[in-house]
Design a protein around this ligand. Structure first.
Ligand code: UD1
Length: 414
């Protein structure tokens, strides 16, 4: 549990960690080759620890020192992913493609992860079937068989991040070329494609598609993970919501365009260089409307934190969630803190209030947790945010980084 004494202006610089959502698929990509893969800028997070545990359980050797992961070995991979590890985190399901590609057969439990409403894996399974895998569901697990995957054309009904990654991973070892039409283009997906390119697959991005030419075997590689745009956005909002000024260093402003645009419309001053962004919060934000959308649209992962900010705006903001229809776990606890928000289907109507008050609240997922921490930083009095293990899954050294910016934050046993 985190205790927060609100009302202190945040000022200063914060170093942004490597992106969790790029690190996880990169770790699973190491299953594609027994050769050593070196990954730099890896954040120390619970989800990354789970990914490391999972590839170890499947037969890989791992050394993790100072943000650098070295992963090698596993000539003979175990084709069954332990259910307990897969159910801890949805991204673990990405081991299915690499395992089928390497071993010809795999068994992976249906995934768990954040409570964001129904999150099926039908695109993953239909895509792998197109690549020639025989896919069956049994006792809450997926079994897939394919002596050798064959490249194919797959159309995605929605540009799913996970399904695009699954198909890139599988396509890297498939015979021939795999084409994903309507792929996700999130920076984390592109980062995985860059790594697969370094390992020997040939990846090309077109206007409406990505193609990957597979290889019979892939080589080792070295790769530096991109900065975490969601973590950067969260700290910039921490500055803005406390009327302070925060500079996110080792960040990538280009990945934050849609978010920074809305922040400016809300009255914040934004300055950016090649690898930093600085935001000065307004005396009081103006209401702005936005909708979440696949990249380069406004990221759904920053919707809850942005709603916390707009809860204090002058006027009414309308927020439309188009990626996860039910991603509103932050609303109820924000109401407890004095926010005025109405939910109608996948739309939130946020009537800004002048102040929030400290409360004891509980986070249901990583980004809801971030939203509550932000609200608590601005609220009057003391808040306790119970978010275990969600915040530790997504934010490296959260308390330490906030304290360095001047927040009065401490960790407490629940
Ligand atoms: C990833 C991110 C997550 C982010 C999300 C959207 C990781 C580890 N997680 O999750 O933080 O919020 O992208 O940017 O990278 N869908 C289906 N069928 C499928 C797959 C997805 O219907 O087979 C739906 C989902 O239910 C959801 C939408 O597609 O409504 C987007 O999901 P997707 O892009 O796949 O998200 P994840 O990869 O799970």
């Amino acid at each position: 549990m985190i205790g927060i004494h609100g009302g202190h202006r945040l000022e200063g610089e914060v170093r942004i960690s490597g992106a969790k959502n790029a690190a996880l698929p990169a770790i699973f990509a190491t299953l594609l080759t027994p050769e050593p893969v070196v990954l730099r800028n890896i954040p120390r997070l619970l989800d990354v620890e789970t990914a490391v545990e999972l590839v170890r359980a499947l037969g890989k050797e791992v050394r993790w020192e100072d943000g650098v992961l070295r992963i090698w070995g596993g000539e003979e991979l175990c084709p069954e992913a332990p259910a307990e590890l897969v159910q801890r985190m949805r991204a673990s399901f990405l081991v299915l493609g690499p395992l089928v590609a390497r071993t010809g057969s795999a068994r992976v439990a249906l995934p768990g992860g954040c409570a964001l409403g129904p999150r099926p894996v039908d695109f993953h399974l239909q895509g792998l079937a197109r690549l020639g895998a025989q896919v069956e569901l049994h006792d809450g697990a997926v079994r897939a068989h394919a002596p050798r995957l064959r490249g194919a054309l797959v159309y995605l009904d929605f540009p799913s991040v996970g399904a695009t990654e699954q198909l890139l991973l599988a396509g890297a070892l498939a015979q021939g070329t795999t084409t994903v039409v309507n792929p996700a283009r999130e920076p984390e997906v592109v980062d995985l494609a860059v790594l697969l390119g370094k390992m020997g697959a040939e990846v090309h991005w077109g206007l409406d598609r990505v193609t990957i030419r597979g290889r019979p075997a892939l080589s080792g590689a070295e790769h530096t993970i991109i900065p975490d745009r969601i973590e950067a956005g969260t700290y910039l909002l921490a500055g803005a919501i406390t009327r302070g000024r925060v500079r996110a260093c080792a960040a990538c402003p280009e990945h934050l365009r849609a978010f920074l645009d809305r922040l400016e419309l809300a009255g914040a001053e934004v300055a950016a260089g090649e690898d930093w962004v600085e935001v000065q919060g307004p005396a009081r934000p103006r209401a702005v409307d936005f909708r979440t959308w696949p990249y380069p649209g406004f990221p759904t992962d920053l919707q809850p934190p942005m709603v916390a900010f707009l809860a204090l705006a002058e006027g009414r903001s309308t927020v439309t969630e188009t990626v996860y229809a039910a991603r509103f776990g932050h609303v109820e606890p924000l109401l407890q803190m004095g926010a005025r928000i109405q939910v109608a289907g996948n739309v939130l109507v946020v009537e800004g209030v002048e102040r929030l008050r400290g409360a004891r609240v509980e986070a249901t997922d990583i980004r809801a947790g971030a939203a509550l921490v932000l609200a608590a930083l601005a609220a009057e009095g003391v808040s306790f945010v119970r978010g275990d293990p969600h915040l530790a899954r997504g934010y490296e050294k959260l308390g330490e980084k906030l304290r360095a910016l001047g927040a009065r934050v401490w960790e407490e046993p629940d």
